[in-house]
Ligand binder design. Structure first.
Ligand code: MG
Length: 274
């Protein structure tokens, strides 16, 4: 009897779920969320784009970017980059001359930093992979130091922070001289590490008033090291620059993808099946 009651409850709740889904398909009266024109469960709502996710690769196997990525380094060429060097020869030829080999590129110490030729307006996920030298030399800030600069943001520090103490707001994944990372997620020297840096630009109204400060979120080797840190910058675009701090740090698989929070750009729903 008890079992029958249980089965009955399960069947009833199943009917309940089915009824809810059916009502949702038909479109509820209220919007799905404040400010959203679509009703909850609305089948007429445009579909998000289909994206093939990345293959994150490994220490031996190169990673593959997601299908909607703008690739800034594909393993073979620094054509999308220029030098930051202020030396006279750089004025005549601004090509980035860091060493490219075996699917990665490497800082040529004291040759100057490099930056992308293109600037990117709006909100993006930036993906960068890096490895500090397998042979450990130096200590603190002198060990595997480089850095990631995205226009208008503080440096996201690149450093060999595996068993290498330094000031916390200067260790790997720190927002340099501002915030230490939540955790030290560093891999060993010579191993490939990832940064995913999500940049949301300041939102400014027609009167020029900032309605939402710029924000940055950082994941180091997949772990959140900063979440939605607010920044005072009003910059609306940016390039990506990598620091020459005198250490032969390597980089590979660099890409970005635009964050799409605009449903009007989504795909219309498929035609109903007959
Ligand atoms: Mg640095």
């Amino acid at each position: 009897m008890k079992m029958n009651l249980l089965v009955g409850l399960v069947v009833l709740s199943g009917f309940g779920l089915g009824f809810t889904a059916g009502a949702a398909d038909a479109g509820k009266a209220e919007p799905a969320a404040p400010g959203v024109k679509w009703k909850a469960g609305d089948m007429a709502r445009p579909r998000p784009p289909v994206v093939t996710p990345p293959d994150w690769g490994s220490n031996d196997k190169p990673a593959v970017p997601p299908s909607d990525a703008i690739v800034l380094f594909d393993g073979t060429s620094l054509a999308k980059w220029k030098t930051d060097s202020k030396k006279p020869e750089a004025a005549a030829d601004d090509a980035a001359k860091w060493k490219v080999e075996n699917g990665y590129f490497e800082v040529v110490p004291h040759g100057g930093g490099i930056r992308t030729r293109e600037k990117f307006t709006g909100d993006y996920q930036w993906h960068i992979e890096w490895a500090t030298p397998a042979e450990v030399k130096g200590s603190s800030q002198g060990r595997g130091n480089s850095g990631v600069f995205i226009g208008g943001l503080p440096e996201v520090q690149v450093l060999d922070s595996y068993d290498n103490d330094t000031y916390p707001d200067g260790q790997a994944s720190a927002l340099y001289n501002r915030h230490p990372p939540y955790v030290n997620a560093s891999r060993k020297p010579g191993q490939w590490q990832t940064y995913d840096i999500i940049v949301e630009r300041a939102k400014v109204d027609a009167e020029g008033k900032v309605t939402q400060k710029a924000r940055v979120t950082v994941l180091h080797n997949g772990l959140v090291s900063h979440h939605a840190r607010e920044l005072d910058t009003r910059a609306q675009d940016g390039d990506l620059a990598l620091q020459d701090h005198g250490n032969p740090v390597r980089f590979r698989n660099i890409w970005l993808r635009k964050l799409n929070n605009d449903e009007s750009a989504n795909t219309p729903p498929p035609a109903p099946k007959k």
